[in-house]
Design a protein around this ligand. Structure first.
Ligand code: GLA
Length: 384
């Protein structure tokens, strides 16, 4: 895997002329708190040491051009209204430029080259990394610094309006606020992140990309979100944070299936995430691991966003178990394929990764992409 320095060199070289601005923004993995960022819940992601890097040079024309290996160029005339169009990957870029226009900012014209070490379609937020990298690049080109929260919200709106994914705030917050050795604990009701130390060298986070991505995902995400909105309306409380398991039980019949199951996931996952934060702070890794497995079960059975391959990967980690150095494991991100996150003892990490890869290959015939990552720096300018 290329480190940030190598990626930066690669972007600069591919641009073919001296860059004026270089920006980087990372993907993310979520330890716990899944599908509750759009339910006023708590989430606990961190920024991966995997980045999208963009190098840009002013070009003295009236347009911005984005290039990337194997992708059609995206050419955007600046200062004119933007709409959703081909090529698709350009919509993330257009959405972010549109957000700058809305803030009265029109960047100077430029050519840009995009490189990435964030696996795409793996539930690790390569799209948020792209949005936040573009936003950071434009900050550099415009000579301004947006408030971090505003930058994350601008990027989220780009995803809503230009990629048509009604995502929550987790990914863009993690990519923007990420810090070395810190988790980004987000209270999604207040919209405030707080940084949680995660520096114990004895703990390793393993990310296992199943390399499957089920088509259902597009409509599936929006439908889950709608189920949670329907559930909350039926329960009749203003926020999920005011809803207890007793409220879910009292409205069980009224909600019917599958909405009742979605509600049970949301309330359970909010409390699991709070309990996980407490367990982590106390160094109670047994409890933390148990909460991760419970989260996976709930995502599988009640929220129905897991899939056979994710379940295999979690089962494999769980069967290695505490004796083998595994603390906990679960699917991470939106689901329907993508990756799992596994917390383990550092001294056993290499051996665990090998076992996960070989057993998964045996069960599914697929070569998974398995790596470890530490919490890393969020979106930043490398050159400005
Ligand atoms: C995707 C979305 C996030 C979040 C997760 C599920 O990554 O972009 O906002 O909802 O799914 O936790």
């Amino acid at each position: 895997m290329e480190n940030l320095q190598d990626l930066t060199k690669k972007a600069q070289a591919a641009l073919g002329k001296q860059a004026d601005v270089i920006a980087a923004s990372p993907g993310r993995v979520n330890l716990i708190g899944e599908h509750i960022d759009y339910c006023d819940g708590f989430v606990m992601p961190f920024a991966l040491d995997r980045y999208i890097v963009i190098a840009a040079a002013r070009n003295g024309t009236s347009q911005a051009k984005f290039s990337s290996a194997g992708m059609p160029d995206v050419v955007i005339p600046l200062g004119q209204p933007l709409e959703v169009t081909e090529p698709k990957w350009g919509n993330y870029v257009r959405g972010v430029i549109h957000g700058f226009y809305q803030r009265g900012l029109v960047p100077p014209s430029f050519d840009a080259y995009v490189v990435s070490s964030v696996p795409g379609g793996a539930g690790l937020s390569s799209s948020a990394a792209l949005e936040c990298a573009v936003a950071t690049l434009l900050e550099g080109l415009c000579g301004i610094t947006l408030d971090k929260k505003d930058k994350a919200l601008l990027s989220q709106k780009a995803e809503h309006d230009f990629a048509h994914v009604p995502c929550g705030i987790m990914d863009q917050f993690a990519s923007t606020f990420g810090e070395k050795d810190k988790l980004v604990m987000i209270d999604c009701r207040s919209g405030e992140p707080s940084m949680v130390p995660f520096e114990n060298p004895d703990l390793t986070v393993i990310i296992a990309n199943t390399r499957v991505h089920h088509e259902l995902s597009d409509g599936g995400y929006a439908l889950r979100r709608k189920h949670t909105e329907d559930a909350l309306a039926l329960i009749g409380k203003p926020s999920w944070r005011d809803v207890s398991m007793a409220d879910v039980a009292a409205n069980w019949e009224k909600m019917g299936t599958p909405v009742q199951l979605r509600a049970r996931h949301v309330v359970g996952e909010i409390s699991r995430t709070q309990n996980a934060a407490t367990a982590l702070a106390a160094g109670d890794y047994t409890t933390l691991g148990k909460l991760m497995y419970e989260s996976h079960e709930s995502l599988k059975n009640d929220f129905a966003v897991s899939c056979v391959e994710l379940d295999h990967m979690v089962e494999i980690a769980q069967s290695i178990g505490q004796k083998g150095g595994v603390i906990g494991s679960r699917m991470t991100g939106g689901g329907f394929g993508g990756s799992t996150v596994t917390l383990c003892e550092s001294s056993r990490a290499a051996e665990i990764m090998e076992k996960m890869a070989s057993e998964y290959k045996q069960r599914t015939g697929i070569n998974a992409e398995i790596f470890s990552s530490r919490p890393s720096q969020g979106a930043h300018l490398i050159l400005a």
